[in-house]
Design a protein around this ligand. Structure first.
Ligand SMILES: [Zn+2]
Length: 284
């Protein structure tokens, strides 16, 4: 069932848990998420990274929104649709026109005043059409650059309070020792800081850079205000492994039409992983 991200995140907040937003670059990944969610009866969010449209061309904005809504209509569990990191008012308006009811305005590379001004403008326009907006302060950088250890990038509780009050955002991505991509060493979330941010704000908080954070740290974070959790790198890695396994198993096959079995094969490999993640981490 297609459901507004705002409603799913609110349910997660009431249940003191987090919904997982999975980066899906195409139909195979999105279908795997939707059917895994149904199998474990757990809400999930299918999330587009805009560069998959603008750079890699694995899908289109309208195509993607329609695809997720069609897949969601095939199951009973709530499925949300969200567009991840976007950086300008214009591109976010285009995403909303394409059918997305939930977007992220990431102004976190700017100074606080500029980030507030940019995010506020998006929120005002988005709310006119009932669209949910995620903002970010502090800056979630790249794990490859060990940004997760750079405390000057971390979210400051007083700035978070001001940001939420002045922009009217619906959710807030925080930097508390997390980073995008593959961590060089096991990350350690700054839980004390999370508690302070949670106390200073009343919106659901979002944790990016979820691949590689130990489950015990995630469970603590989910009990202290993190209600949406983004998973990309690890899931993309599983997708790559499944495609490689299919290619290896069929290396001697002379029939080029064999490739039509690829989606089903990959989904059968991805679903157990996705079901395990949702069963372990989400407690609705
Ligand atoms: Zn992110």
């Amino acid at each position: 069932m297609y459901e507004k991200v705002g409603n799913i995140v609110k349910t997660a907040q009431q249940s003191n848990t987090a919904v997982i937003a999975f980066i899906c670059m195409d139909h195979i990944m999105a279908r795997s998420v939707v059917y895994a969610a149904e199998a474990v009866n757990t809400p999930a969010i299918v999330m587009l990274y805009p560069e998959h449209v603008t750079v890699q061309h694995t899908t289109g904005f309208e195509t993607y929104a329609a695809m997720v809504k069609e897949l969601a209509g095939q199951v009973k569990v709530p499925i949300g649709l969200h567009c991840d990191h976007d950086y300008s008012y214009e591109s976010i308006m285009r995403t909303i026109r394409a059918g997305f009811g939930s977007v992220m305005m990431d102004g976190s590379m700017n100074d606080l005043d500029t980030n507030i001004a940019l995010t506020k403008k998006v929120v005002l326009a988005a709310h006119e059409s009932g669209v949910f907006v995620e903002g970010e302060i502090g800056h979630v950088g790249a794990a490859a650059d060990s940004d997760n250890d750079k405390t000057d990038l971390y979210t400051k509780p007083d700035a978070a309070e001001r940001f939420c009050r002045e922009t009217g955002v619906d959710s807030l991505a925080v930097s508390i020792g997390n980073a995008h991509g593959e961590y060089k060493e096991t990350p350690h979330l700054d839980i004390k800081r999370l508690e302070e941010i949670h106390a200073a704000t009343d919106v659901p908080l979002v944790l990016h850079g979820g691949s590689g954070i130990p489950d015990d740290q995630l469970q603590v974070a989910f009990s202290k205000g993190i209600n949406k959790f983004n998973l990309g790198t690890e899931f993309l890695g599983r997708y790559y492994q499944a495609v490689a396994a299919f290619a290896a198993e069929n290396a001697e096959n002379p029939d080029p039409v064999k490739v039509i079995d690829l989606p089903g094969y990959v989904q059968s490999r991805l679903q157990p992983y996705l079901e395990e993640r949702m069963k372990t981490l989400c407690h609705f």
